[in-house]
Ligand binder design. Sequence first.
Ligand code: PMP
Length: 452
Amino acid sequence: MTVASVAARPANRSLPAALAEAEERYVRANPASQRINAAAQAVLPGGNTRTTVYYAPFPLCIRAGRGGHVTDADGHDYADFINEHTATVFGHSDPVVARALAKAIADGLTLGGPSLYEHELAAAIIARFRSIERLRFCNSGTEANLLALATARAVTGRPAVMMFKGAYHGSLLTFTPGPSPINMPIPFVESRYNDRERALQDIEANADRLAAVIVEPMQGGGGAIAGDKAFLAGLRESCSRHGILLVFDEVMTSRLGPGGLQGRLGIAPDLTTLGKYIGGGMTIGAFGGRADILARFDPGRPGAFPHGGTFNNNVLAMAAGLAALTEVLTVEAVETMNTRGDALRRRMNEIAARHEVALQATGVGSIFGLHFQRGPIRNGDDLDAGARGHEKEIAQLKSLFQLDLFERGLYVTRRILCNISLATSDADIELLLAALDEFLATRGDLIREVVN
Ligand code: PMP
């Protein structure tokens, strides 16, 4: 589908009217997704088992994916800019990964012992991430963070953990938009992202009770906000001084450089958590770092920390991850993907500037966020300040953007946190840029009424 082949949009008098029309068209265009959602409502709360993929009035049900595209239940084809919320780095069903999976399935699943694969996958990860000397696998990024924080508390004998407003460390460690009521009952000390002075003061004031400081080197779910090097280096220095473990949550950001974002920044945390793509598209998580800390899990040592987990070394994730990391996501491929992402973000910002609207692309490398806001965005407080008084309208603009882009065959998230994968084509990037240009041309006045 090309932009020119889609009928011109009607001019809208108001944002609510534009959104209502877009929603009406969405409902008409997606009867199968609507039907599936209605059936799911009977058995899953809100028809949903994963909050991240919900949006009103109902989300598109995705039935297939190939390369850089996905197809929904109504047969629409989309260029995929969601890419499983950054977990799809290789494109859908990359043939090398698919072959490794087919072999693992043929050899038998859930075999009840160490597999042929986990030490090789661990070695492939350790070869890339300089601060990871030893690691352990688990089943998700959430689990990796829970284990890293539990480890830090056990090793230091201190109870509390410092985190940053706007952080997302998993479904039980959620601080965006605010702290979740079902977070783990750990005493948390909240500080401000990218505010070095405040963070160092907060560490100083709580040093004797802090086991760990956990931080995303780029806040992902919080809006693709790049961490400032001086801020992160300050955390490193202060944690070392006070015997606090610095945990980098690289579940999302590890795809931003061959050695993760920590490699690009040249900062070594004590512990790193990983997930998403490192299982080649299968369920996985990992936490690793200093050998002396991870040694506490050596089951041959007296008093070792127990860490079972039926699927910690499940052969599908181990085999797919190994093939993906060693054969598909080469160092060169990571660098090319992220360079292309940098160029895409730059061009998006150029388009926004040309239309003179309050819109900016944030992020690092292959991950970008779009925000209807001018001025620097350093943390959740900046985002809150930018939206103050028109939070509802900004949410409406984001909904309108998503629905308009769906019509142009572009799969984007409602909060407009997107990314490219190795399988994203140049043509699809051009389509995205054309759709952004068109959105700002047709909806620019609606944006200007909300933000200036
Ligand atoms: N940390 C970060 C930074 C994440 O982005 C995510 C997932 N989006 C997680 C942790 C949780 O990972 P999972 O969804 O695999 O539990």
